[in-house]
Design a protein around this ligand. Structure first.
Ligand code: PEP
Ligand code: MN
Length: 351
C-alpha cells in the first residue's frame, strides 16, 4: 500500500495518520515518509489492511491518495510507477553524464577491469574502453573474494586511481561497496555504488546506500540464489530509505553445471520490465565466467531488452589479478559496442 500525503498536511494530521497506521497494521515502529519525485509517501505492506481500515485511512486529513499494490515490493513496482525510471550517472563530478533507462535512452555499455590493479593499468584500460565506445568505467577497489588469500583490491588507493581515470577520460566510475560504514566515503568519489551478489541481502548495507547524503545511483546485482521478489525487495530497501536511483543488474544465478560460472537468467529481463520501473542491465562476464561467451550473451541480453551491459575488460586477461578467464580485450569490447548499436537500431525499428 502506498499512501500519498497531502502537501498542506499539518504535523498533527501527519502524526494522527501515522498513529492510526501503526495501530491498524500492527506495527510497533513509526512509519517513515519517503520522497518520490515531488510526492511524499508512506509505503507499507497493505496485505493485512482490510476494507474498513482502508476507508478509515482515506478519511484522514493528511491523506491525498491511497494506492493498493498487491506485490510485497511497493515503491519499485510497475503498479506504482508506470513510466520506466531514468537514472542519471555522473552529474556531480564534471564528467560525461550518462542516462540509464527511460524510454529513449540507447543501451549503456559500462566496462573495465574486475579489479583496479595499479595506476598504469586503470588509466590505460580507461582510455582503451573509452576508445572502444564504453560510456562508464567499472573497477573494483574493495573486492569480495571467495578466498582470503586472493587479491582483495587496493582499497581507497584504488578508488583514487579510478577518480584519476575519470578525470582524464571523462568516464563516470562504478565501484563496489561492501560495508555500510564505507558508503559515504566511497560515494564521495564514485558515480555509481555497486552492491555485489554476495551482499544483495545485506540489509544494513542496503539501508546505508539508501540513506547516504549524495544519493548516488546504486547498481544492485542479483544475489546468486535470489528470486526476483527477493531482489526487488532488496531494491525496495534502498528506495524506501530515500534513494530512488537503483539500477538492477542480472549477473547469473548458481546452478549445477560447471560449464559456466553461473546461469545467465535472461528471462528475468522481460519479467522485470513487467514487475518494476527500475532499469535492468546484464553482466555477461560473471554470468558466464568465460570470455568467449561474452560477445554472444551481450547480444542476447540486449535482444531481451536489457538497458545496458557491464563487462569486464582487461588488456592482458591471462595476467589479470582477478577474473581474467572471463575478461575480454578492448578490441572485443569494440565489436560488442558496434553490434549493440546495430541491434538498438533494429529493435527501435520494430517497436
Ligand atoms: C564484480 O563485479 O567484480 C563482482 C564481484 O560481481 P558479483 O558481485 O556479481 O560477483
Ligand atoms: Mn569480477
Amino acid at each position: 500500500m502506498i499512501i500519498t500525503i497531502r502537501k498542506q498536511a499539518t504535523s498533527e494530521e501527519r502524526a494522527q495518520l501515522i498513529e492510526l497506521l501503526c495501530r491498524i497494521s500492527g506495527s510497533l515502529h513509526p512509519m517513515a515518509t519517503t520522497s518520490v519525485g515531488k510526492r511524499e509517501v508512506i509505503a507499507l505492506d497493505g496485505s493485512s489492511i482490510d476494507a474498513q481500515a482502508q476507508i478509515l485511512l482515506r478519511q484522514q486529513p493528511a491523506v491525498e491518495d491511497l494506492l493498493l499494490i498487491k506485490t510485497p515490493y511497493q515503491l519499485v513496482s510497475r503498479a506504482f510507477q508506470v513510466e520506466q525510471s531514468s537514472i542519471t550517472i555522473g552529474a556531480d563530478h564534471g564528467c560525461d553524464v550518462v542516462t540509464v533507462g527511460g524510454t529513449t535512452a540507447s543501451p549503456v555499455i559500462m566496462a573495465g577491469p574486475c579489479s583496479v590493479e595499479n595506476r598504469e593499468q586503470i588509466l590505460s584500460t580507461a582510455r582503451a574502453v573509452k576508445a572502444a565506445g564504453a560510456v562508464a568505467l567499472r573497477g573494483g577497489a574493495f573486492k569480495p573474494r571467495t578466498s582470503p588469500y586472493q587479491f582483495r583490491g587496493l582499497g581507497l588507493e584504488g578508488l583514487h586511481m579510478l577518480a584519476e581515470a575519470r578525470e582524464e577520460t571523462g568516464l563516470p566510475i562504478i565501484t563496489e561497496v561492501m560495508e555500510p560504514d564505507m558508503v559515504e566515503a566511497i560515494a564521495e568519489h564514485a558515480d555509481v555504488l555497486q552492491i555485489g551478489t554476495r551482499n544483495m541481502q545485506n540489509y544494513p548495507l542496503l539501508l546505508a546506500a539508501g540513506r547516504h547524503s549524495q544519493k548516488r545511483p546504486v547498481l544492485l546485482k542479483r544475489g546468486f540464489a535470489a528470486t526476483l521478489d527477493e531482489w526487488l525487495l532488496a531494491a525496495e530497501y534502498i528506495v524506501a530509505a530515500g534513494n530512488p536511483n537503483v539500477i538492477l543488474c542480472e549477473r547469473g544465478i548458481r546452478s549445477h553445471d560447471p560449464q559456466t560460472r553461473n546461469v545467465l537468467d535472461l528471462t528475468c529481463v522481460p519479467l522485470l520490465h513487467n514487475l518494476t520501473h527500475l532499469p535492468i542491465i546484464v553482466d555477461p562476464s560473471h554470468a558466464t565466467g568465460k570470455s568467449e561467451l561474452v560477445p554472444i550473451m551481450s547480444r542476447a541480453s540486449l535482444a531481451a531488452g536489457a538497458e545496458g551491459l557491464i563487462i569486464e575488460v582487461h588488456e592482458d586477461p591471462a595476467h589479470a589479478l582477478s577474473d581474467g578467464r572471463q575478461s575480454i580485450t578492448p578490441t572485443q569490447l569494440h565489436g560488442i559496442v558496434g553490434e549493440a548499436e546495430v541491434l538498438a537500431r533494429m529493435l527501435s525499428r520494430e517497436a
